[in-house]
Design a protein around this ligand. Structure first.
Ligand SMILES: Cc1cc2nc3c(=O)[nH]c(=O)nc-3n(C[C@H](O)[C@H](O)[C@H](O)COP(=O)(O)OP(=O)(O)OC[C@H]3O[C@@H](n4cnc5c(N)ncnc54)[C@H](O)[C@@H]3O)c2cc1C
Length: 418
């Protein structure tokens, strides 16, 4: 804040997207207030799997997905669920998701994600080189496991061809190599892809906190408070807090994750932001000798090695922000992990549920509000917020500073569903 109590930018939300945006804006010479209603990194950025999933360029809304979905939905504890209490409310989002799975929309999404992931990898490399942050990122490699040759060939081969075209390195491995790369997997796993460059964040909460701390050490003000309204004022923006205080700034950035809809609605943007709730369990480190990230592709969950333990989780529950968590989902995933890794000790874990902020085309919203270029949106990163956080910080700072963005933000424009 300047002596007049006005800063250049107020960033709303101190998850990984808000923290990274604040860091980039500060590096661009802006005075920044990072506003958070709770504690830093207590939203989706707290307990995710910690994967920097740059090769994940394949859009989730893919041709044929709506045929597979009913099979998943039959199992109430399967990889995809819709609580009956939320079924009607999610219908318009699902309709848009279906539209995003047309062959043409899929090809567009693939192109956009490829460009975004290239930027994401390059920007995260810059982050990884910072002495305060380098210890959080390591190369563990990723093993993508399939239940059968048929599943590997049918479902996955097209995806891997696209990843190869985009320049990612991986190799097809059989049972003997699987055993070497990760001893202790159940014998059914005879087909896998190994990505040696797979990157892991040691702890997503600690990483996000370290970014916010670094930003604070460089002058960003971290302020506790809940934004209830954002509005344009002259060339700038005013953020009204619960309790009535008002923060004036030249620019406002809304990075409130899955909770961003109320603020953007107040600015006249009716965005189809929903949440894909995800579940996991973090087991003590000694529960299993885990060498690297394991993706169980036919079951929609991952097992990742974190500094604090082994995290088993994933799944998608389209259940909105208010329904209570159903931790039977965490238990179902853990039970499966116990079958797939017979030596895994499934006792003593802690459960978590997080709200992925998700748009129906699985692309984030990065761009100016309809009401004013002084308010910039940065939310809706779905399954990939940690992965795309540094790229988003860069793009937000480009937009706020009036530079031509590092990649086109046209595909991320808020009005694309209007
Ligand atoms: C189970 C699971 C596993 C995942 N695994 C991965 C993974 O391995 N790799 C990956 O890249 N992504 C992963 N994700 C996705 C990733 O966690 C999210 O995309 C990312 O954390 C979103 O970050 P965010 O900053 O937008 O939101 P959040 O982290 O939710 O932060 C939003 C913040 O804004 C604050 N806020 C909201 N409204 C206001 C307001 N009005 N005033 C003040 N503050 C406000 C909230 O309190 C919160 O702190 C996973 C998600 C889940 C659920």
């Amino acid at each position: 804040m300047s002596a007049a109590g006005k800063c250049d930018v107020v960033v709303i939300g101190a998850g990984i997207i808000g923290a990274m945006s604040a860091l980039y804006l500060q590096a661009d010479g802006r005075s920044v207030t990072l506003l958070e209603r709770g504690d830093v990194a207590r939203g989706a950025s707290h307990g995710n799997a910690g994967i920097l999933a740059f090769p994940e360029i394949i859009p989730i809304p893919a041709p044929g997905i709506m045929k597979k979905a009913p099979r998943w939905l039959v199992d109430p504890l399967g990889p995809l669920s819709i609580p009956p209490a939320y079924a009607l409310r999610i219908a318009p989002w699902l309709w848009r998701f279906w539209r995003a799975s047309s062959p043409q929309a899929f090809r567009h999404g693939l192109k956009v994600q490829t460009a975004m992931m290239q930027l994401a990898a390059a920007e995260m490399q810059r982050i990884a080189q910072m002495p305060e942050l380098s210890r959080f990122i390591s190369t563990t490699g990723t093993l993508d496991l399939y239940d059968s040759e048929a599943s590997f060939n049918n479902a996955a081969s097209h995806d891997w061809q696209e990843k190869a075209k985009a320049g990612f390195n991986f190799s097809c491995v059989g049972r003997a190599e699987i055993e070497q790369l990760q001893p202790g997997l159940a014998p059914q796993f005879r087909h896998a892809m190994y990505t040696p460059g797979g990157l892991q964040v040691s702890d997503p909460y600690e990483f996000t906190k370290a970014i916010a701390d670094l930003a604070a050490s460089r002058g960003v003000e971290i302020r506790k408070g809940e934004a209830v309204r954002v509005e344009p004022a002259g060339d700038g923006a005013i953020v009204t807090l619960a309790g009535g205080k008002r923060l004036e700034a030249a620019k406002g950035v809304i990075a409130g994750g899955a909770w961003s809809k109320a603020l953007s609605s107040g600015l006249g943007d009716r965005l189809p932001l929903e949440t894909e709730r995800g579940y996991n369990t973090t087991l003590p480190r000694q529960s299993f000798n885990l060498s690297r990230q394991l993706y169980f592709n036919d079951h929609g969950f991952v097992v990742t090695p974190l500094a604090r333990g082994i995290r088993v989780g994933g799944a998608v529950e389209l259940g909105g922000l208010d329904l209570p968590p159903n931790y039977r989902r965490s238990e179902a995933l853990l039970a499966k992990a116990g079958r797939f890794l017979p030596g895994l000790n499934t006792e003593g874990g802690s459960q978590w549920m997080g709200f992925r902020p998700s748009m129906p085309d699985c692309l984030p919203v990065i761009g100016s509000s309809k009401a004013s270029p002084a308010v910039v949106y940065a939310f809706g990163h779905g399954h990939l917020g940690l992965t795309q956080s540094a790229a988003t910080g860069r793009l937000v700072s480009d937009l706020v500073c009036g530079r031509s963005p590092a990649i086109s933000v046209e595909p991320f424009r808020p009005g694309r569903f209007a």
